[in-house]
Design a protein around this ligand. Structure first.
Ligand SMILES: [Zn+2]
Length: 258
């Protein structure tokens, strides 16, 4: 069994064929998926997907690039209340992304720290997105004691120094289809070094489909290609890698139903 630790199957991309997408995932031995929230306005959608099956969990959070009016910024309390739904196993996705300049850095930082505080308060792990902001992300994780909540650096595409910084804070590292891309040599070096008890796999569907589906709409069933690739990279048999990433997932997201 495999787990897709991060997907957005609530997105309109799946509006037409979600049932088939989920069937294909379960048929491909993806025994669990975590549907990740990027905007509180869509949280009901995430929850509706998660309520379809005990094999689907939800998170609650606002992505660093989600543009909001100041009055719509999620408060720590709001996050905590929404996180009390039994389907919610994590806080996020949150973090910092300075790659796109559509969201003010200060606003992102304030938003990120409210998520970290909510995670500590509710004792639910964080799903962290970081892009072009590795140092600032680690700094905030440290100063806000994110290690008390723990969590995962999702869709990891940073260097080893950043991976090491997150690992030292007790965080897990999740690999997406990016690791299968031709130009991802540096990331493969990181993937060779992350301790086996800290690795997760994800699709980030509908984005970032792994080879051989690169460029197409991604879906949870495709997590198998990333997992097979990683097994190869680590010199493991596929079932071993599948078992250990699944164990890692349920250890981290301990309130997810098995
Ligand atoms: Zn995502």
């Amino acid at each position: 069994m495999l787990v897709d630790s991060h997907c957005h199957v609530d997105f309109p991309d799946f509006h037409e064929d979600l049932s088939e997408v989920l069937e294909r995932a379960f048929a491909a031995d993806v025994g669990h998926l975590l549907c990740v929230c990027v905007n509180l306005a869509d949280f009901h959608r995430v929850l509706a997907v998660a309520n379809r099956s005990s094999q689907i969990s939800a998170s609650v959070g606002v992505h660093p690039n989600t543009q909001l009016e100041a009055k719509d910024e999620p408060s720590q309390e709001q996050l905590e209340i929404l996180a009390s739904d039994p389907k919610v196993v994590a806080i996020g996705e949150t973090g910092l992304d300075f790659y796109r300049d559509d969201c003010d850095a200060h606003v992102q930082k304030e938003r990120f720290l409210r998520h970290i505080r909510a995670a500590r308060q509710t004792n639910k792990p964080l799903i962290i997105h970081t892009r072009h902001a590795a140092e600032e992300t680690l700094e905030l994780m440290q100063s806000e004691q994110a290690s008390q909540a723990g969590g995962v650096m999702h869709c990891f595409a940073e260097d080893w120094t950043t991976a090491k910084g997150a690992l030292d804070l007790g965080f897990y590292i999740s690999f997406s289809g990016i690791v299968t891309f031709k130009n991802a040599q540096e990331l493969r070096e990181v993937a060779r070094k992350v301790p086996l008890d800290r690795i997760l796999v994800e699709t980030d569907a509908p984005y970032l489909a792994p080879v051989p589906f690169r460029g197409k709409r991604n879906e949870p069933a495709f997590v198998k290609h990333t997992a097979e690739y990683l097994a190869d990279l680590r010199g493991l048999e596929f079932p071993e890698l599948a078992a250990l990433t699944t164990e890692n997932f349920f250890r981290l997201f301990s309130s997810a139903e098995r």
